[in-house]
Design a protein around this ligand. Structure first.
Ligand SMILES: Cc1cc2nc3c(=O)[nH]c(=O)nc-3n(C[C@H](O)[C@H](O)[C@H](O)COP(=O)(O)OP(=O)(O)OC[C@H]3O[C@@H](n4cnc5c(N)ncnc54)[C@H](O)[C@@H]3O)c2cc1C
Length: 411
């Protein structure tokens, strides 16, 4: 059994969950190393706007140094005041107002959105000598004394514990749970981003200025949300954490056009411009402001998500190797929950490994038992949310009078 006081932890994947765990372990004095496949932090498109809630807030409060938590909150977006469902002609079908008495920037009541790129830069801050980029994990061998990590370039490393935070196609999961693979739900989402400037700001419908919006139109749906930084990232870093460099980023509208794969043309092999053209065609009969916003997108930043979702996994015997985030409970983006759950995992695993029990395998077992419960509950909730966005539910919604109620935290 490993003693957590001298523990060496290897994390595969410098995504949101892996970086949050690395911050927490480094803060607790654990020898932690992160091995990331991509050679640079911006090598792949992974989305723009992330909804974050109290699960993220509490996890970041536990794992991040105080200045990075303040920087995260200062660079978050202005919060949603409502979640609105609109018709494709911009008629309001349903409004849920957020509770005005909840502070959207307190970790325990967090309810806002962040730019993923800025967030990853904050999560990476101070970890430069611990993040090893261009190191793709290929597999591992666990033995009674530790774990040997094998990399695609033929190199190896040793650690006491290996955490697979390597996302939906996890190489760690392939060895630990070879029968577990997330299934394609058949939903396809084309994501894009329209920068906000003097031409595009006036086109943003009033409901979108109030918060996250779902627009329904037959077999096609669109989700849209603004990212309006409370403070420009470089300026916030200069005052709150002067050692941290954040890339300049402007406000934008994130949009996502979704449909079942059978209701879209063949998307295989399409580049960003091809995907953008499909999205524009899918909403060609919609309100002119929505079409104009899509037409003014940063076209080469458009990308496709084929939605995959995990099935609940039966308990396995704990060992020196474990999983967090999308590597174990990948889910549809429909409820904005995957990143929040990955951060919750990171915080819980960090607490378990550093709680002083000295038995790493027992700590991992305790973490995994809880994680399976809330992790797969979040997957099931996201599946229900995806079903609720189906054409049938939307058909019913279009025929109901406008509903207006108050809820805890908005997207
Ligand atoms: C478009 C989009 C919008 C979303 N919006 C939201 C939202 O609003 N709110 C929300 O909570 N969730 C959202 N999600 C889900 C969220 O992005 C994921 O659940 C979250 O990123 C999972 O974090 P992770 O750390 O588990 O994995 P990731 O963030 O995917 O990180 C995995 C990392 O592992 C690396 N890696 C992969 N394989 C290897 C290997 N073999 N060796 C080494 N490194 C490897 C990858 O390069 C990557 O850096 C969204 C997802 C998408 C696609």
């Amino acid at each position: 059994m490993a003693d957590t006081s001298g523990l060496r932890v290897a994390i595969a994947g410098a995504g949101l969950g892996g970086l949050c765990l690395a911050q927490g372990l480094a803060r607790a004095g654990v020898d932690v190393q992160v091995y990331e496949r991509d050679a640079t932090a911006d090598a792949r498109r992974q989305g723009y706007r992330l909804h974050v809630d109290a699960r993220a807030g509490l996890a970041l409060r536990r794992c991040l140094p105080a200045d990075l938590l303040r920087l995260f909150l200062a660079t978050a977006s202005r919060p949603s005041r409502a979640f609105t469902v609109l018709s494709s002609r911009l008629r309001t079908l349903h409004v849920t107002h957020t509770d005005p008495d909840r502070d959207p920037y307190r970790p325990a009541t967090l309810a806002t959105s962040v730019d993923r790129g800025t967030f990853r830069e904050i999560l990476s801050a101070g970890l430069d000598d611990r993040i090893h980029r261009g190191r793709e994990l290929d597999g591992y061998e666990a033995d009674p004394a530790g774990v040997t990590l094998r990399f695609a370039d033929g190199s190896t490393e040793r650690a006491d514990v290996l955490v697979g935070a390597d996302g939906i196609n996890s190489a760690v999961r392939r060895t630990l749970l070879p029968d577990v693979t997330p299934a394609d739900t058949g939903a396809r989402i084309i994501y894009g981003r329209t920068p906000l400037d003097a031409q595009t700001r006036p086109l943003v419908p009033a409901a979108l200025r109030d918060g996250f919006t779902a627009i329904v139109g037959g077999r096609v749906g669109m989700a849209a949300g603004l990212v309006e930084f409370r403070q420009p990232p470089p300026e916030a870093a200069a005052t709150i954490a002067p050692g941290v460099r954040l890339t300049a980023a402007g406000d934008y509208l994130m949009w996502a056009v979704s449909a079942r794969r059978e209701h879209l043309p063949d998307l295989a092999g399409l580049d960003a411009a091809g995907l953008h053209a499909v999205a524009a065609d899918a909403i060609r009969r919609w309100h002119p402001d929505l079409r104009a916003l899509l037409a003014r997108a940063a076209v080469d930043e458009t990308f496709l998500v084929r939605v995959r979702s995990a099935e609940r996994v039966q308990p396995w015997r704990p060992g020196r190797v474990t999983l967090l985030g999308d590597a174990i409970h990948a889910m549809s983006p429909a409820r904005g929950s995957g990143a929040n759950t990955a951060l919750q995992d990171a915080s819980n695993l960090c607490a378990a490994l550093t709680s002083g029990g000295g038995d790493a395998v027992a700590a991992i077992g305790a973490y995994e038992e809880k994680m399976r419960d809330y992790g797969f509950a979040a997957v099931e909730a996201s599946r229900r949310a995806e079903r609720r966005a189906s054409p049938y539910w939307l058909w019913i919604l279009e025929r109901l009078p406008v509903r207006n109620r108050v809820a805890g935290g908005g997207r």
